[in-house]
Write a protein that binds this ligand. Structure first.
Ligand code: ADQ
Length: 412
């Protein structure tokens, strides 16, 4: 059986659909960043052609799915790139069982209603039988958008349109926590842990791991670290922040600007607080392999996740999964979906408030071991029980049930 079937898109479609409509319009909008500021007018002018490309690309996915579809298959569409797909699939065969899951936040209906194609996108998603989000808030925003923009009726189960019920619910994602725990037992990872401990001996290790994306709040994070250093001279040679930022969407100008901005702040901080023997901030523009990442998570004392918005944020889960020995502290943005599941164990912060984040860094570095243990235990229990496997099984089983219910209603 083929487990993966590619859908080939030509360069023009990739430009208009993927770089354009998906990453220049939907991604910033869903993260409350609005449309790109400088080329707002150009974006508005090219909006329709980008949306047409978006629909064409989704239709191409639908054509490939339809070619391989067999009766009884369940189809699960993922993310904001494929909001038009449920409609295309149902037009092909209304008996297909179709689910759609959004990995980003779904914003307040007041944000969504600024989108010129707001109604068409909502109606396409509503063609699905089950619509899922990471949190109840996102689900609630989606239902509000359907009631306010389309005038439909929202119920506790979802949205009803002309007798067709679309179930809308929260399915918070998790990670494969066992994979991380198994990795920590491998000799190569243990060796890396020893090397890192030697390398950073005498210093507390703080860690940030993000795609270099404006939603991840990397400039805000390192500005907060700078403020912490300004206000706590006694910590200057006792702490290091490792920021691992994997470059992403490098052909989009906004992302190129972000990279230069981050490099400039990093240079300034190291110039101000570095000594001949070391710098307080190590910033790497690259991704790490899985074992290197596990070792880094394991030696970290404080993880800093300061997303300005984030659907969930799995880095926070991965850090917790690797911390059974150390019981480090997680500083977590209240605007990440993960704040709803790991909020009781983490130190929650508003990433825009640099003073608050700087104070939380101090609290985390000086926290009593009993308090760290209590907080870690809470989060570890969550991360190891709410796994990726459980997430997928719950969604698919609920998708099956939804369709079964619909069939029962038809029979009545
Ligand atoms: P992302 O925005 O990519 O995902 P996140 O959930 O943090 O964000 O997942 C990132 C993944 O990439 C993690 O597994 C992490 O380990 C890895 N990664 C990041 N930087 C790395 C680096 N420098 N080196 C190696 N690995 C790195 C989207 C949404 C999130 C949502 C997920 C899942 O934006 O909000 O949690 O989907 O639904």
């Amino acid at each position: 059986m083929q487990r993966c079937i590619p859908v080939f898109l030509d360069e023009e479609i990739v430009h208009q659909y993927y770089n354009g409509y998906c990453n220049n319009i939907l991604w910033p909008l869903f993260h409350y960043l609005g449309l790109p500021q400088e080329d707002r007018l150009a974006t508005t002018r090219s909006f329709q052609s980008q949306f047409d490309a978006y629909k064409r690309a989704n239709q191409m996915f639908a054509d490939v799915v339809s070619q391989h579809y067999e009766e009884g298959d369940v189809i699960w569409c993922h993310d904001y790139h494929l909001m038009f797909l449920p409609k295309c699939l149902k037009e092909h065969d209304r008996n297909m069982k179709v689910g759609w899951f959004l990995h980003t936040p779904f914003p307040s209906s007041e944000i969504h209603r600024t989108l010129p194609s707001r109604s068409e996108l909502l109606r396409s998603v509503l063609a699905a039988d089950l619509v899922g989000f990471h949190t109840y808030d996102y689900a609630r925003h989606f239902v509000s958008a359907c009631t306010r923009i389309l005038g439909l009726e929202g119920t506790p189960e979802g949205v009803e349109d002309q007798g067709k019920m679309t179930r809308v619910a929260a399915f918070p994602i998790g990670i494969d926590s066992d994979r991380f725990r198994r990795a920590l037992e491998l000799p190569t990872v243990k060796e890396r842990i020893c090397e890192l401990k030697k390398r950073f001996a005498g210093r507390k290790v703080m860690l940030g791991v993000d795609r270099l994306d404006m939603i991840k709040g990397i400039p805000q994070k390192i500005l907060a670290f700078e403020k912490f250093l300004e206000e706590n001279p006694s910590w200057h040679d006792k702490v290091v922040l490792l920021q691992i930022a994997v470059p992403t969407r490098t052909d989009v100008p906004e992302y190129q600007k972000l990279t230069s901005q981050v490099h400039e702040i990093v240079g300034r901080i190291n110039g101000r607080f570095g000594t001949l023997t070391g710098v307080p901030l190590l910033h790497l523009d690259r991704s790490l392999d899985f074992h290197a990442l596990c070792a880094l998570y394991a030696v970290t004392d404080v993880a800093l996740v300061t997303s300005l918005r984030d659907g969930m944020n799995l880095v926070s889960y991965e850090f917790v999964a690797c911390q059974n020995a150390k019981k480090g502290v997680l500083i977590l943005s209240e605007f990440a979906g993960a704040a709803q599941s790991l909020g009781a164990g983490a130190l929650l912060v508003n990433p825009w408030n640099i003073t608050e984040v700087a104070n939380s860094i101090f609290t985390a570095l000086t926290m009593h071991p009993d308090e760290r243990e209590k907080r870690h235990r809470h989060n570890f229990a969550h991360v190891t029980t709410h796994t990726a496997q459980e997430w997928a099984q719950t969604f698919v089983s609920e998708l099956n049930d939804t369709v079964v219910e619909a069939q029962i209603r038809t029979r009545q």
